[in-house]
Design a protein around this ligand. Sequence first.
Ligand SMILES: O=c1ccn([C@@H]2O[C@H](COP(=O)(O)O)[C@@H](O)[C@H]2O)c(=O)[nH]1
Length: 235
Amino acid sequence: MTNPVYVAIDTTEAARAISLAERLKGQVGGFKLGLEYFTANGPAGMEAVSGLGMPLFVDLKLHDIPNTVAAAMKGVVRLGAAITTIHASGGGAMIRAAVDAANDEAARLGMVPPAVVAVTVLTSLDQAGAEQVGFDRPVLDQVKRLAALAQESGAAGIVCSPLEVEAVRALCGPDFKLVIPGIRPAWSEAGDQKRFLTPAEARAKGADVLVIGRPITGAADPAEAAGRIKAELGL
Ligand SMILES: O=c1ccn([C@@H]2O[C@H](COP(=O)(O)O)[C@@H](O)[C@H]2O)c(=O)[nH]1
């Protein structure tokens, strides 16, 4: 089985990111770099990590009018992303524009386009937090609604919490990519994550990609922590 874990390397420091990536290379399936890293280090910083030869998940969660998202998505393709994120709540036209831009730019450059996945309801929101931003229905229903929109608008998959995986799988089918943060091994701290399960639980429910940051990167020995997660997954 391919290792489904993408480690979220959330830091502003390129040297720390590269050092973590080098130490974790054999223990995870890929590296995720997000806003914190990109705004500090730009495309060159991204390339310093992708140059280590592992799949790169570029997590910029684009959310703007379709024209702007399409232009930004072309830059994401040039970073060599295997997976990248947009916000589903940007709407169907925005999702379609992002997917079309990814495909067009990749074709122009002779590259494989990234899997464009749409963030539904952030895993840091519980029911009360979701209601605060106007999702006045159960979180599961909101996730399913945005998953259906993402799928009909051409996205390769979605980002949701492990608690919603089974329902979205039933709704969207086996080929829809479920990228799942909110992963907390039993021995780790929840931090700001509100909707979470363990790696083994998330995998058993049918998650395709497990996004795990602080339980690995904040451990005294990140490679050992990633190795424990690998063992939990039977890898
Ligand atoms: O709903 C979401 C969407 C994205 N994330 C990102 O995943 C990682 C999780 O890191 P942990 O340290 O394991 O909490 C982080 O980069 C988030 O930006 C998410 O957590 N929830």
